[in-house]
Write a protein that binds this ligand. Structure first.
Ligand SMILES: [Zn+2]
Ligand SMILES: [Zn+2]
Length: 339
């Protein structure tokens, strides 16, 4: 089979590897779609810490079951099932799993292979059957949407609240839609014009062009000087973080959703948080519950994921897909190994 592997900074090659064999509790899957995630690009650009090379990137993938291991033969799955894969294999019995913090499982093991490949392999516990009306590409958004849902579980939004999403990349656009479904008035702040346009198309009530105006002043103006009840900082870095804290209203919530690299420090006046009673939360990744919920939001059209796809690539052109995401051209890049 063909599979993409990272060998070093900007060195991504499509190799021919032996087809994997499923263990008893695993399924072999013909991959139909795999989304390019900024975290894949981070390791492609050599910015990921502690990575063992070569590495098979790609964790947002879906496909068709080709074969099942021994245990799989008596399972709910059968050959031909359309499935989406939750890459996070958790033990279920460590301290963090018992607390429901599955994304911090202490016995995490890499059992789901990278998805920029013709064939994938995953334990049965990680599979969800894709509902008939959901395409492979839409299903590949289950993981990023699960991350978004988790963040929303850490941020309060009341009906009619003013919510700001900073950054309208693929993740910001998912946040926008979830915030709208939660009954918020949503303002999107972004520097790239085409992304602002997309945000409008997906229902943003107001958009701020952060390349030409001061988003803090704009948010204040749009909220009668109060600021936003909730801010989701969907792009990492010094400026977005500072802006998020400064544009939050009294009793506001600020969720730091995006990782920041290289490492950055943001000086904060503690009085800003103290006197305004801000709730600053972080969220990272997702749990199995969020994964299931995300697939339901896609199934019932509660969130439109497909319209955030701007580019589609063959597996042979995977490097171009990574460069497209690295350069922030367009929105979501999808790699389709099989047509
Ligand atoms: Zn991802
Ligand atoms: Zn665990």
């Amino acid at each position: 089979m063909k599979a993409a592997q990272i060998y070093g900074e900007r060195d991504l090659r499509v190799d021919t590897l032996a087809d994997p064999k499923p263990a008893s509790d695993e399924a072999l899957i013909r991959i139909q779609a795999c989304g390019v995630c900024p975290s894949d690009v981070k390791s492609y650009l050599g910015k990921a810490v502690e990575q063992v090379l070569p590495r098979m990137p790609g964790h947002e993938w879906s496909g068709t079951v080709l074969a099942l291991g021994e245990e799989g033969k008596n399972s709910q799955f059968k050959v031909g099932d359309r499935v989406v894969v939750d890459w996070r294999y958790v033990c279920g019995h460590c301290h963090q799993c018992h607390r429901g913090a599955f994304n911090y499982c202490e016995n995490r093991r890499k059992r789901v292979r990278g998805g920029f490949a013709e064939i994938g392999i995953a334990p049965l516990t990680q599979l969800r059957v894709i509902p008939d009306r959901v395409s492979f590409e839409a299903a590949a958004f289950t993981e990023p949407l699960a991350c978004v849902i988790q963040a929303h579980s850490y941020t309060k939004i009341e009906l009619g609240d003013d919510v700001v999403i900073i950054g309208a990349g693929p993740m910001g656009l998912l946040h926008l839609q979830v915030a709208l479904r939660r009954g918020a008035r949503v303002i999107v702040s972004e520097q790239i014009a085409s992304r602002l346009e997309k945000a409008r198309e997906l229902g943003a009530h107001d958009v701020i062009d952060a390349s030409t105006t001061d988003p803090i002043a704009q948010v204040k103006e749009l909220t009668q000087g109060r600021g936003a009840n909730t801010v989701i900082v969907a792009i990492g870095g010094f400026e977005p973080t500072r802006q998020g804290l400064e544009m939050a209203a009294i009793n506001g919530w600020v969720n730091l959703f995006a990782g920041t690299y290289p490492r950055t420090e943001v000086p904060v006046d503690p009085n800003l948080i103290h006197y305004r009673q801000l709730r600053v939360t972080g969220s990272h990744d997702f749990t199995p519950h969020h994964f299931t919920a995300a697939l339901r939001l896609i199934e019932f059209g509660i969130v439109d994921v497909e319209s955030t796809i701007s580019h589609r690539f063959d597996l042979d052109d995977v490097r171009e897909a990574f460069e497209t995401t690295a350069g922030r051209f367009g929105l979501k890049s999808m790699v389709c190994p099989i047509h």
